[in-house]
Design a protein around this ligand. Sequence first.
Ligand SMILES: [Zn+2]
Ligand SMILES: [Zn+2]
Length: 265
Amino acid sequence: MSHTTCVLCQVYRPKVEGHYPDRDRQTCDYGRRRLERDRMDVLSMYRRLAEQEEELVGTRSTDQGLPKDPIAALMPMANTPGRSKKPSVSGSKERQLPINVEVVDLLRDASWREPSAHEDQIGHLSVATVLYGWANYWRLSIDRTVTPVPLRVPELMKWIGYRLTRFVDEDPEIWRFAEVLIGLKGQLRSALGEQAPKPEVMWGVRCRRCDAVSTLVLDLDDPDRYRECTSPGCGVLMTDDEYKAWLVEIVETLRAERLAAGGRR
Ligand SMILES: [Zn+2]
Ligand SMILES: [Zn+2]
């Protein structure tokens, strides 16, 4: 297999040119680690959301004593207000309803039935349904087993995790899965009421390639802490070590300039 660009970094780092996959593979080490990290992130966010929802359901229960939230307790799961057709505001901090339809959607086990276009527009496919779709596609196309794939998120993630290296090498569509995981992370984050971490700007630092200042940013989702230049057309990418070495170089240059200026006096 010969690829000029790593198929995963087409998704993760689209601005970087001349990025080659590892020999005889379609992806680079960085891309594979990032995919694995996103897989783990989706799983842990899903777990947190499920736990949070379990606690909420607990507070709605009227079984023993007074519920913590009397209004929420009066609203049974089945009797939620109609779903809003507006897209959910991502990153919104508040959960407007005691029972969050979006959260319930995301947490459902995989359903066998394809959702209709109408359903697709008003609700989210559950995380399990999305993962099930991928796992089943790999089962048929690469794994080639008759054993059905699991229906619940933790088991699905385990199933995928065991085989991911193979799928990454053998499935030319693996980049779509990378996009799907990014999308799921966004949905889960929004359901958890969390903000996406903003890229951190390396204020005052000059880019090694294009000389622009304060254009190098660190994506906090990046397991390798690369610094990428956001200047149009630059796209320089520095590893954490390269960036630190670059900082030292800047300081050394400044010091040398100062010494030279002092010498002329
Ligand atoms: Zn790559
Ligand atoms: Zn630059």
